[in-house]
Design a protein around this ligand. Structure first.
Ligand SMILES: Nc1ncnc2c1ncn2[C@@H]1O[C@H](COP(=O)(O)OP(=O)(O)OP(=O)(O)O)[C@@H](O)[C@H]1O
Length: 279
């Protein structure tokens, strides 16, 4: 084992993309962190700081320029059933029923049809959609489709669930329901979650810890421990711990030095406005 404290560990991840003009764009610059067993860890940072790239490297959908991910101390290479992934865009196969969508991943890792069917049905029960097993994705709401995607990702019983802005396309109310529902699933099964979001409330509401990244190039800014008590409910959002921590994370992502020019600009506009009004 590389480090028994962590189930998933990123060591010094660097990612560079070749640009069309021949230059090299360094997106991630030596990102290291670890996720503990059964932990809920979110990654947050300004747009373009490399959150999706980082989680896609963890999933094996992108390769790092240098650096490695380790799962249970073993180096990760390529995709694997021990890492389930849920994306923002609905990725269900439209021509397969809900049950067949969940069965698909199971059959591809060697489950027989009957076994896959039984297991798919159980996972649909866990996400509360067993009554919709024979429906097709287009017959379901966005939230329901994401629940099927979660069932599909969890069915092969991965060690970690990697989620890239999974609720980003949902309306605010559905999103908040999905967050509560995800915490319920997470509480009841042996799963570790790495979750990318750009929503501060979502990160604080869900997480045990939050990895904040800075941009250009993407680097770890600070690993923040969320001291908001569980179980979390709507009331949690008004707890002083929640409000203080949210502010701290917001300051990390949008430091005062970055917001100052905007504020100054605003003050100048205000001053000009007042002068004009006085004329
Ligand atoms: N395949 C690619 N080829 C070239 N550049 C890429 C590629 N994928 C991502 N990038 C660049 O890498 C940077 C980081 O992108 P990424 O999507 O990982 O950021 P992000 O933090 O998830 O952003 P957002 O919050 O806006 O979704 C961006 O500048 C993006 O243009």
């Amino acid at each position: 084992m590389e480090n028994s404290e962590f189930i998933l560990e990123a060591k010094n991840i660097v990612k560079e993309f070749d640009e069309s003009d021949g230059s090299i764009h360094r997106v991630l610059d030596g990102v290291s962190f670890g996720v503990k067993h059964r932990e809920f860890l979110s990654i947050i940072g300004p747009s373009g700081c490399g959150k999706s790239t980082l989680i896609r490297i963890a999933a094996g959908l992108e390769t790092a320029t240098s650096g490695k991910f380790f799962l249970d101390g073993k180096m990760v290479s390529g995709t694997g059933a021990e890492r389930g992934m849920v994306f923002q865009k609905y990725t269900l196969f439209p021509w397969l029923s809900v049950k067949q969508n969940v069965m698909f991943g199971l059959e591809s890792i060697g489950y027989g049809k009957d076994e896959a069917e039984e297991s798919a049905y159980q996972w649909l029960q866990i996400v509360g959609l067993d009554k919709y097993a024979s429906y097709y994705p287009k017959q379901l709401s966005g939230g329901m489709q994401q629940r099927v995607a979660i069932a599909r990702a969890l069915a092969p019983q991965p060690r970690v669930l990697l989620m890239d802005e999974p609720f980003g396309a949902l309306d605010a109310q559905t999103r908040s329901q999905m967050q509560k529902y995800l915490l319920e699933v997470w509480k009841n099964i042996d799963i570790t979650i790495l979750f990318v979001t750009h929503d501060l409330d979502e990160a604080v509401f869900l997480s045990d810890r939050i990895l904040t990244l800075q941009a250009n190039p993407g680097k770890v800014k600070e690993m923040v421990t969320v001291n908001v008590p569980r179980p979390r409910t709507e009331e949690s959002l008004f707890l002083p711990e929640f409000v203080t921590l949210r502010k701290h994370v917001e300051d990390l992502i949008h430091p005062v030095s970055e917001t100052k020019p905007q504020e100054e600009k605003f003050n100048i506009i205000n001053m000009v406005g007042k002068k004009n009004a006085a004329k």
